[in-house]
Design a protein around this ligand. Structure first.
Ligand SMILES: Nc1ncnc2c1ncn2[C@@H]1O[C@H](COP(=O)(O)OP(=O)(O)O)[C@@H](O)[C@H]1O
Ligand SMILES: [Mg+2]
Length: 254
């Protein structure tokens, strides 16, 4: 008998709320979805709908009010080793070199120090920064800084990479280039990625599947596969099927 592979991530009837002076602000309402290993999922939704909150609960940084998140079958009840995080700002330590920033998570495990250097070197290669290992953050462009942040998130070999508008502060051209870069890294590392973006075209170009959240409290409004062939090429953006998917998502958001 063949057993169906357990999903990497299972989200079931998840609700979340913030407490404020006026009482409780309900942000997520009964969100359910499962994610298979290796999938690239993008999350779209109106601003203030609860996208960042959803990532925070998935990462174990915010407790669920009801429902659950399971990673590899185990409930997520706090910060997880198996989860890597990338935010809009790279948040690098300015006095540390690129190499020292990428290696930061490894310093917690002192016993692994011997192996750290080779892992950092490998990761700098993955994110295309080998030549900049000794540079300081102030010497980097925005796109390079974000690649350092991605390297820092991946060096612990997380099962899933959660990204919250990672390219939101980059200009349009750099943003597209970073998308290509991310697909390259995704191919290399076979990671599962959940990425929040407000850019519909970016979501269609990158993802296997797009979830559209409703306005707050967020429910899943649309969950649609993106069946475009891979590898994706920049000219795909001008194809009819690409345009149709983007139009469908735009309608769902409005
Ligand atoms: N720490 C917090 N305390 C109280 N309310 C918050 C907090 N963080 C976010 N919110 C509120 O929760 C809602 C969803 O926020 P967020 O998840 O950041 O939305 P999005 O990322 O989709 O723009 C917003 O109304 C926001 O003001
Ligand atoms: Mg947000």
């Amino acid at each position: 008998m063949s057993k169906k592979a357990a999903p990497l991530l299972e989200v079931k009837d998840l609700s979340a709320a913030y407490r404020d002076r006026g009482g409780e602000l309900c942000v997520l309402e009964r969100i359910s979805f499962t994610l298979q290993r290796g999938q690239f999922v993008c999350i779209l939704g109106p601003s203030g709908s609860g996208k960042s909150t959803l990532l925070r609960v998935l990462a174990g940084l915010l407790p669920a009010k009801s429902g659950f998140v399971k990673l590899n079958g185990a409930p997520v009840l706090g910060p997880q080793h198996g989860v890597g995080l990338v935010f809009q700002d790279a948040n690098l330590m300015p006095w540390r070199t690129v190499s020292q920033n990428v290696g930061l998570p490894l310093e917690v495990n002192v016993s692994e120090n011997g192996a750290s250097e080779s892992r950092i070197k490998k990761m700098l290669g993955v994110v295309g920064l080998s030549r900049f290992s000794q540079s300081l953050p102030a010497e980097l462009s925005g796109g390079m800084a974000q690649r350092v942040a991605i390297g820092r998130a991946l060096i612990q070999e997380p099962d899933v990479l959660l990204m919250d508008e990672p390219f939101g502060s980059l200009d349009a051209i750099t943003r597209e280039r970073m998308g290509e870069e991310l697909l390259r890294i995704w191919n290399l590392e076979h990671k599962t990625i959940v990425m929040v973006t407000h850019d519909i075209n970016e979501a269609v170009y990158l993802a296997d599947r797009v979830l559209v959240l409703s306005s707050r409290p967020a429910r899943i409004k649309v969950d649609t596969p993106i069946g475009l062939a891979r590898p994706r090429k920049p000219t795909l953006r001008y194809s009819k099927s690409f345009g149709q998917l983007a139009a469908k998502l735009r309608k769902a958001i409005e």
